[in-house]
Design a protein around this ligand. Structure first.
Ligand code: FMN
Length: 216
C-alpha cells in the first residue's frame, strides 16, 4: 500500500463523530507472562471498554510474536511505500482506532524492547509522520491515547529524582505527541512488586476509573 492510500485510510477511520458515544480502541499490551499484574491491567481495561459498548481490538505483542527488529528492508520500505505485511497489519489496526490504550511494565525506566520495536517499525515515516516544506506532519493527529505503566519503584522516589518528568518527555511527547496522538493520561501503577493483593485490586479499580473519565 502506498503512502497516499495509507493517509487516506487514516482519514476514513478518524475519530467518531455525531451522537454515537462508542469508539474504536486498540489495546496494545507488552508483557510475556499471561498471569502477570500487567496482563491483569490489560484484561481489566478490555473488559471495562467492552462493557461500555466500545469496539476493542487487542494487540498482545508477545502473544502475536511481533518482531520488534527494525530491518534494512523496513528502511527501504518506508521510502518506497511497500510495507512489510506484519507492519501493515498493525498500521491498519491503528488507522482503524480512535484511541490507543497502551499497557506495559517499566523496564529500565523505559518501554520493554518489544514495545519500543513496535513503535520503531509501526510508527514509520509516511504512516505516522512525514516531513514536507512546512516541516513535521503529524499523521496520526485526531487520535488519543491512555497509557498504563506498572513499575517497582515508589511514586515518591520517582518524583524526587524527576523520572516521571523525564518519561513524560521521552514517551508521551517524544513518541505519541510527535505523531499527533494526544496522551490524555499516563497512569503509573507504582510499587506493584511490593504491595499486597488488596492494593493491586484497588489499582485495577483505578484503571476502570481512569478509562471511564476520559473524553477521547
Ligand atoms: C528488565 C526489568 C527492568 C525493570 N526496570 C525497572 C525500572 O527501571 N523502574 C522500576 O520502577 N521498575 C523496574 N522493573 C520492575 C517492573 O516494572 C515490575 O516488575 C513490573 O512493573 C511488575 O509488573 P508485573 O508483575 O506485571 O511484571 C523492572 C523489571 C524488569 C524485569
Amino acid at each position: 500500500m502506498g503512502l497516499q492510500s495509507l493517509t487516506h485510510l487514516i482519514g476514513d477511520y478518524g475519530r467518531n463523530k455525531g451522537d454515537d458515544p462508542t469508539m474504536k480502541y486498540v489495546v496494545i499490551v507488552a508483557h510475556p507472562n499471561p498471569d502477570s499484574f500487567t496482563q491483569s491491567v490489560c484484561h481489566t481495561a478490555v473488559q471495562a471498554l467492552e462493557a461500555s459498548g466500545h469496539e476493542v481490538k487487542l494487540r498482545d505483542l508477545y502473544k502475536i510474536g511481533f518482531n520488534p527488529l527494525l530491518s534494512v528492508d523496513d528502511f527501504k520500505n518506508s521510502k518506497s511505500g511497500e510495507i512489510s505485511e506484519d507492519v501493515k497489519t498493525e498500521q491498519q489496526h491503528i488507522a482503524w482506532a480512535d484511541a490507543l490504550i497502551v499497557i506495559y511494565p517499566l523496564w529500565w525506566a523505559s518501554l520493554p524492547a518489544i514495545l519500543k520495536g513496535y513503535v520503531d517499525r509501526v510508527f514509520s515515516y509516511g504512516f505516522a509522520y512525514s516531513m514536507d516544506g512546512n516541516g513535521l506532519q503529524k499523521l496520526l493527529s485526531g487520535k488519543s491515547a491512555v497509557l498504563f505503566t506498572t513499575m517497582g519503584n515508589t511514586e515518591e522516589h520517582y518524583n524526587n529524582v524527576g523520572m516521571f518528568e523525564a518519561m513524560r518527555k521521552t514517551v508521551d511527547e517524544g513518541i505519541f505527541d510527535f505523531v499527533g496522538i494526544k496522551v490524555l493520561e499516563h497512569k503509573y501503577l507504582t510499587s506493584v512488586t511490593t504491595v499486597d493483593n488488596a492494593t493491586r485490586e484497588q489499582m485495577l479499580e483505578e484503571v476502570k476509573s481512569v478509562l471511564a473519565k476520559q473524553k477521547m
